[in-house]
Write a protein that binds this ligand. Structure first.
Ligand code: ADP
Ligand code: ADP
Length: 220
């Protein structure tokens, strides 16, 4: 039966960072809606062009477009064993669509990891974030610096700053999170699958805390 773990939390909470580490530990595929959008932006697809204006304003991309994109990704062969979903769902409509989709795929939501970080820490994290061009590997100038400035340790590609990681857009994204995404946690809490994690610990300590409390059947 395929397994699905969701990572939720405000922008900068460490979803991408933890998703990559958890995927490695658990042998699951990483599916990040933000990365999928950035891939479309890079390739200048119609979807990419549509998403860009929303992303630049710090708003969510409309549900229908986002749901269709994630649906397509989860139906691919390499997702047959399940996935760690990072940044999706972000609205109640997306969560309900995901419930239906996972049922079609023969699985369900095993766990929702809720990464909690204060607003002050988020701004410091996002304004110091660097990302690699090739695969979206994530760094921080102070908290997780690359060995060589400006170069990805893993694939050697150039590091760049995301255009939506400005203080102003971060404030907007945080507001959008509180209004549209935080209510999701209640939806999943009622199903008993939420794992709350203190995201203000060292990166490795957050991963260990998550692995420690994940339901036994998702361990390798
Ligand atoms: P963060 O790292 O801040 O959590 P992401 O990389 O996940 O950001 O997303 C960047 C932007 O892409 C979001 O601000 C939003 O515009 C868009 N986006 C990503 N995921 C979704 C989603 N599930 N629904 C709607 N828009 C999304
Ligand atoms: P999200 O996907 O939730 O937006 P990221 O994983 O991209 O978050 O992390 C945001 C920034 O914070 C990155 O620069 C990352 O290196 C850094 N970061 C992630 N986790 C931690 C942590 N536990 N402590 C300090 N910095 C962190």
């Amino acid at each position: 039966m395929p397994r699905y773990i969701l990572l939720v939390g405000p922008p900068g909470a460490g979803k991408g960072t933890q998703a990559k580490r958890l995927c490695q530990a658990l042998g699951l595929l990483h599916v990040s809606s933000g990365d999928l959008f950035r891939e479309h932006l890079k390739n200048q697809t119609e979807l990419g062009k549509l998403a860009q204006s929303h992303i630049d304003r710090g708003e969510l991309v409309p549900d229908d477009v986002t749901i269709a994109m994630v649906r397509e990704r989860l139906q691919q062969e390499d997702a047959a064993a399940g996935a760690i979903l990072d940044g999706f769902p972000r609205t109640l409509a997306q969560a309900k669509a995901l419930d239906g989709l996972l049922e079609e795929l023969g699985g369900g939501v095993d766990a929702v990891v809720n990464i909690q970080v204060s607003m002050t820490a988020l701004v410091r994290r996002l304004t110091g974030r660097w990302m690699c061009r090739q695969a979206g590997h994530i760094y921080h100038q102070e908290f997780n610096p690359p060995r060589k400035p400006g170069v990805c340790d893993i694939d050697g590609s150039e590091l760049y700053r995301r255009s939506d990681d400005t203080e102003q857009t971060v404030a907007k994204r945080f507001q959008v999170y509180l209004e549209q995404t935080a209510p999701l946690i209640k939806h999943y809490r009622s199903k008993g699958v939420v794992i709350d994690v203190n995201g203000e610990q060292k990166i490795g300590a957050v991963t260990a805390a998550v692995l420690d409390v994940l339901p036994g059947d998702v361990s390798p």
